[in-house]
Ligand binder design. Structure first.
Ligand code: S3P
Length: 172
């Protein structure tokens, strides 16, 4: 097993349901590093769920909270940081995360994503519109931003969690 000895953070980005949280937990256990899930941090700070933030205050407010949380965690070291799927929409987030971190993009295809989110109501951007067409549409809008942000790109389709973890550690 390849170890990761740098103090740099490992930052996981990618579309909703590409496995950022799951892979983040695996890396955190394997490397004995703290995992920070930015969505969880935002929920703790706001005292409400992501769904409630979107509903009560709108996406713009959520993005401002996200920007703030990213700023806070980007200054720390030796972390695994699992980000929300929209983190790459704000170039400032990527600049901050890249200062002390390697950015790993997890990719999956719309069909796989659709299957993963089918019965899950925690994603305000897909709750009412979880068709493959809508997933494709949002993915296309974001594609270039994800690619530009990434130091490493990992295709997660048909791979086990452990295989994905190992591939990340080998590539880093
Ligand atoms: C979002 C993704 C979500 C969450 C919010 C917005 C997005 O995180 O941050 O619902 O814009 O892609 P996950 O990628 O963990 O679902």
């Amino acid at each position: 097993m390849v170890k990761y000895i740098s103090d740099e953070n490992i930052v996981l980005i990618g579309f909703m349901a590409t496995g950022k949280t799951t892979i983040g937990k695996e890396l955190s256990n394997t490397l004995d590093r703290k995992l920070i899930d930015t969505d969880k941090r935002i929920e703790e700070k706001a005292g409400m769920t992501i769904g409630e933030i979107f509903e009560k205050h709108g996406e713009k407010h959520f993005r401002a909270l996200e920007n703030q949380v990213i700023k806070e965690v980007s200054g720390l070291e030796k972390l695994i940081i699992s980000c929300g799927g929209g983190v790459a929409l704000d170039p400032e987030n990527i600049k901050n995360l890249g200062q002390k971190g390697k950015i790993v993009l997890l990719e999956a295809d719309p069909k796989t994503i659709r299957n993963r989110i089918k019965n899950n109501k925690n994603r305000p951007l897909l709750n009412e519109k979880n068709s493959i067409e809508n997933i494709k549409k949002i993915m296309d809008q974001r594609k270039d931003l994800y690619l530009q942000a990434a130091d490493i790109i990992i295709d997660t389709r048909t791979k086990s969690i452990l295989a994905i973890r190992d591939e990340i550690l080998e590539e880093l």
